[in-house]
Design a protein around this ligand. Structure first.
Ligand code: ACO
Length: 369
């Protein structure tokens, strides 16, 4: 036992193999199924989701059939609405989504006409279709707005924004959300995906594995950093408050949210795409002020890190809020939106792992007090 490798955070430990995505942290590159993220960011959202899951770009007719099927499920049944109403309103959206996944395990599903789908894949895509509907319904419930009954919107993200706001978004807004969702759809053995693989390694069903992943995504060192960045920006409030705030935070050994990454030792390639996108979308004065504030937090934090010899860059989460603000999505729902896209990655990992799964069970050193 004393010779065993000990790494409490598993940093640098290889725990599996994957053909789904390649995170090249040293070069600051990311690809899904061999296609670079810059290229994928221009693709239609569902094309990317299906590529990630199946390993190849699906023919247009198949994508259309899945799109229609998913839109058909992107709404809440009366039972699902009642279930949501019974939950304590104070639950965070991520707690609702984590609970929703296994609650969706029972319904009998038929694949789209003419497509033979694996039952786990079908269940996974069903959950992926339902999550945006739960998220929008939770938002409207929190805001004391009536739920949207109509089913407008011809793609998943257009439907989600319609269910959220009760009106159709512009094409620019849908494209912006598609791009963010593509950027955050998959990221190799991140904490959430790894948790899902651990769950799947016990032969637990896909809905439980997705639930484990969503619960892990919630924390602010992982997906929850997106909401936390905006909380930090709001607390800072003004450009001239950036330095004292960051100085105090780092003096107290706190973390600047949205900065740093376990794998990337260069700029996160997703942040490189998000930053100019956020700038282009911040049209009005309040949004511009918010963007300038984020830029200054990034600039000053990097200056402080570099003085300590740490080359720490902005990650995916840093500029996401500026884009989401422009789409009318409130901070408490950011990580939920993240889950709606990352779920496709979770499904891909479940399907990849299923034929080779083996119980994941590491060791701990026994250290009596
Ligand atoms: N703010 C302040 N210090 C930081 C930050 C940060 N954001 N990131 C790293 N550091 C410092 C650490 O304090 C540590 O310093 P030390 O060696 O003097 O103790 C050093 O840099 C290494 O940092 P670790 O936290 O040990 O590195 P790790 O690989 O474990 O951390 C993590 C990665 C958790 C993402 C970290 O950078 C962090 O906490 N960032 C803020 C939260 C965040 O943005 N998370 C989202 C990540 S992206 C995603 O999950 C989708």
């Amino acid at each position: 036992m004393s010779d065993a490798l000990y790494s409490p955070s598993l940093e640098g430990v290889v725990v599996g193999q994957t053909a789904i995505s390649d995170v090249d942290g040293a070069q600051g590159r990311l690809s899904y199924r061999g296609v670079a993220i810059d290229e994928l960011a221009k693709w239609p959202y569902l094309d990317v989701a299906l590529l990630v899951i199946t390993g190849k770009r699906a023919p247009a007719a198949q994508i259309e059939a899945w799109n229609t099927w998913m839109l058909g499920h992107c709404q809440l049944s009366p039972r699902e609405r009642s279930w949501l109403e019974l939950l304590p309103p104070s639950l965070h959206t991520m707690e609702v989504l984590q609970s929703a996944a296994p609650a969706l395990a029972a319904q009998v599903l038929q694949p789209p006409a003419g497509i033979e789908a694996d039952p786990d894949l079908l269940r996974g895509l069903f959950i992926a279709a339902k999550l945006p509907a739960f998220l929008a319904a939770k938002y409207r419930q929190d805001q004391k707005l009536v739920l949207v009954e109509q089913q407008e919107g011809s793609s998943l993200n257009e439907r989600f924004l319609f269910l959220l706001h009760g009106s159709l978004p512009t094409a620019e807004q849908v494209r912006a959300l598609d791009t963010v969702q593509i950027l955050q759809l998959e990221h190799s053995y991140n904490a959430g995906t790894f948790a899902g693989r651990v769950c799947a390694s016990t032969n637990a069903p896909i809905a439980s594995s997705i639930s484990a992943s969503i619960g892990t995504l919630f924390g602010n060192l992982h997906g929850g950093a997106d909401e936390a960045v905006m909380g930090m920006a709001k607390r800072i409030g003004r450009l001239d408050n950036v330095k004292p705030y960051i100085d105090q935070l780092l003096g107290e050994k706190g973390k600047v949210m949205g900065m740093g990454h376990r794998e990337y030792k260069r700029l996160d390639p997703r942040a490189a795409i998000l930053k100019p996108m956020a700038e282009a979308l911040c049209h009005d004065a309040a949004a511009r002020d918010n963007f300038e504030l984020l830029k200054e937090i990034e600039r000053y934090s990097r200056e402080r890190f570099l003085k300590k010899g740490k080359d720490i860059w902005a990650n995916l989460e840093f500029y996401k809020g500026a884009v989401f603000e422009a789409l009318g999505i409130a901070p408490a729902y950011y990580t939920g939106v993240f889950a709606c896209s990352r779920v496709f990655g979770y499904v891909a990992h479940f399907m990849e792992f299923r034929p080779v799964r083996k119980l994941i069970r590491p060791r701990a050193q026994y250290r009596p007090q």
